[in-house]
Design a protein. Sequence first.
Length: 142
Amino acid sequence: MKKLKGIEYKEFPLKNLFKVGDMYYYDGPLTSLFSNTDRELYIYHWIDCDKDYNRWMIYKVKLNQIIDYLNEKVSDYHLQTTSECIYFVDIPTNCELDIIYHNVKKVEVKDIPDDYLSEIGILCEKKLVKDIEKIFDYLKKK
């Protein structure tokens, strides 16, 4: 996995996150929408792995951004590069129920390796979003 430049944290600073639903799933979740008790929205996007860890990019999105994304109006790349808050975490490959965060870093967009960002112009395909109804139901309540 690539070395990241950013601010290191001893523990993951975002609290009370819960999964709203999986957006992309292949042998496990690749992109999922999370929220917290303040109803802020975060995307967990799988980036990389080695024999011990899966690396995730976690970034904050606004309600209108995620709706535009799910309606195929903006790309993953747009969401990633316009986020004001991007974290990278390594989660053990054998972690199943309680998520254990390692190597937590807050990284500026300019410091994210190019191959960790999604390709420019690739839009969400709504028909492929695993939990689309569940996600839209949650967003309607926001």
